[in-house]
Write a protein that binds this ligand. Structure first.
Ligand code: ADP
Ligand code: ASP
Ligand code: MG
Length: 462
């Protein structure tokens, strides 16, 4: 038996938080917890800052960031282990600080920050938080150990947002990790980081610890993947934009995947896929309110088989938003009816490594959304061979997600009615009919969310 418990940065921000985490882990000991940790608090941001300072040649400032980070971890260690730091822990902390400083010096010397160097630097946060927490666990007489995630999370060499190799991860986890986990034991490992077959450290992209948790959960056949964070589950909208957002008791895998893909930061966008593949429920829980509300994400089939049927659901489950993004509109009166036209157009995006999110086609034009940092000029140059191109920047996607949307007549007109004078520039209803995506000017996105939330979730209209 094994469950995965992933704790995000704010859940392990200091020694007090880590103590609290140990209590949650202690309660879960009979279920064989694999504890996946993020870096403490804002550590990863600080590591990125240090790396960029070094790249610009500001070595002293970069080393000052490193010293501050080290001091923060050292203080947390002393608070967690008040009887004194073991000599080998002091040596390990020192060794890691030297490694970080060496990396920063290398970057400053060359004035070059390759994605590979960035990942080596960024990995320090999770390596430090897990080192401290595993020592604290041992001191608290809980049996278990620290497992280096790089011995199981095999990825490709796309540093900065590496793609995991699921089969390899399953094989490596079976061989090296499975024998360590089990009831009564707490195994601690890093989120976010992995390694290539050559042994280079990689990362899964910012916020990637959620993804690590589901990858390892799937590889081990865990009975549950728990994402512990600073909100009571997935809410009906981003609480930073909509303070009245409410927790959602239950979501289907498809709904959660859409929400994560369209900007609900509470889950890394790739988290759900491994859970779908292995059919493992994912729960999202508040670390400081463990007995409060939480979200259960599971397959439709599991929901139907559950003894207690899911609560009646609203037509819309939640809202999300992502931006800035750019909209490209290609217009050509001549070519649209030619076979293979769209294939040739999208081949251009493929060759340039630009991923297309939403697509809407009309008789003589096709519009699509791409990330704001895509190489627009080069794209436009290439695409101009096929069509006239219009570029609209500073846009945002507002996604309306709900498995029951398709069964609710008149919903689209209610959505447009709620938006009032915010006229969407592009509308796309996903093939699975659970996501209606609207493109609006970036500055109007928050207001669009507020209007939709008010109409569908607040008051008697909900
Ligand atoms: P962690 O460090 O635990 O991974 P994150 O900051 O990555 O936490 O994710 C949690 C945050 O996601 C919340 O504090 C909240 O501000 C934000 N968030 C955005 N959209 C949603 C949503 N729909 N439901 C819950 N939280 C959301
Ligand atoms: N520490 C990493 C980040 O801040 C990964 C994570 O927290 O999920 O992006
Ligand atoms: Mg996160």
């Amino acid at each position: 038996m094994v469950i995965v418990m992933k704790f995000g940065g704010s859940s392990v921000a200091d020694s007090t938080c880590m103590r609290h985490v140990l209590e949650l882990v202690r309660e879960a000991l009979p279920r064989g917890p694999l504890v996946v940790l993020s870096a403490m608090g804002k550590t990863t941001d600080a590591l990125f800052r240090a790396a960029r300072l070094a790249e610009r040649g500001h070595l002293e400032e970069a080393l000052a960031e490193s010293r501050a980070l080290y001091a923060k971890h050292r203080t947390a260690a002393e608070e967690l282990l008040p009887r004194g730091l073991p000599v080998d822990l002091v040596a390990l902390l020192e060794q890691q600080r030297e490694e970080l400083d060496l990396l920063l010096r290398g970057v400053a010397l060359l004035r070059e920050l390759s994605p590979r160097s960035m990942d080596a630097i960024a990995s320090q946060g999770e390596r430090l938080s897990t080192l401290l927490f595993s020592r604290y666990v041992a001191e608290a007489d809980v049996s278990g150990e620290l497992f280096d995630a790089r011995n199981a999370v095999r990825t490709d060499g796309a540093f900065g947002s590496a793609q995991p190799d699921l089969e390899e991860i399953r094989a490596l986890a079976s061989e090296h990790l499975k024998p360590l986990v089990g009831p009564g034991r707490c195994v601690v490992t890093q989120g976010y980081i992995g390694s290539t077959v050559q042994g280079f450290t990689t990362t899964l992209g910012r916020g990637g610890s959620d993804y690590s948790a589901s990858l390892l959960g799937a590889a081990l056949g865990a009975e549950e993947v728990q994402i512990w964070t600073d909100v009571e589950g997935v809410l009906t909208a981003d609480p930073r934009v909509i303070p009245a957002a409410q927790p959602i008791a239950e979501l289907s895998f498809a709904e959660a995947a859409e929400l994560a893909a369209f900007g609900a930061k509470v889950l890394h966008p790739a988290t759900i896929q491994p859970a779908i593949d292995a059919d493992i429920p994912v729960t999202v829980r508040h670390t400081m309110r463990p007995n409060g509300r939480f979200t259960l994400i599971r397959s439709q089939r599991a929901a139907e088989l559950a003894p207690k049927p899911a609560a009646p659901r609203r037509p819309i489950t939640a809202l999300a938003s992502r931006g800035p993004i750019t909209v490209l509109t290609l217009t050509s009166t001549r070519m649209f009816h030619q076979s293979g036209y769209l294939a040739r157009v999208f081949d251009v995006f493929g060759r340039m490594g630009v991923s297309v999110d939403l697509v809407a086609t009309a008789e003589v034009s096709v519009s699509c959304t791409i990330e704001a940092d895509a190489p627009i000029e080069a794209l436009v140059r290439e695409l101009s061979r096929f069509a006239t191109i219009e570029v609209a920047q500073q846009r945002a996607i507002v996604a309306v997600v709900g498995a029951r949307m398709k069964d609710t007549p008149g919903l689209v007109s209610r959505i447009f009615g709620a938006l009032g004078d915010i006229a969407p520039e592009l509308v796309s209803l996903g093939g699975n009919e659970i996501n209606l995506s609207l493109v609006v000017p970036k500055d109007a996105a928050a207001e669009a969310l507020r209007r939709l939330h008010r109409a569908f979730f607040e008051g008697s209209a909900a």
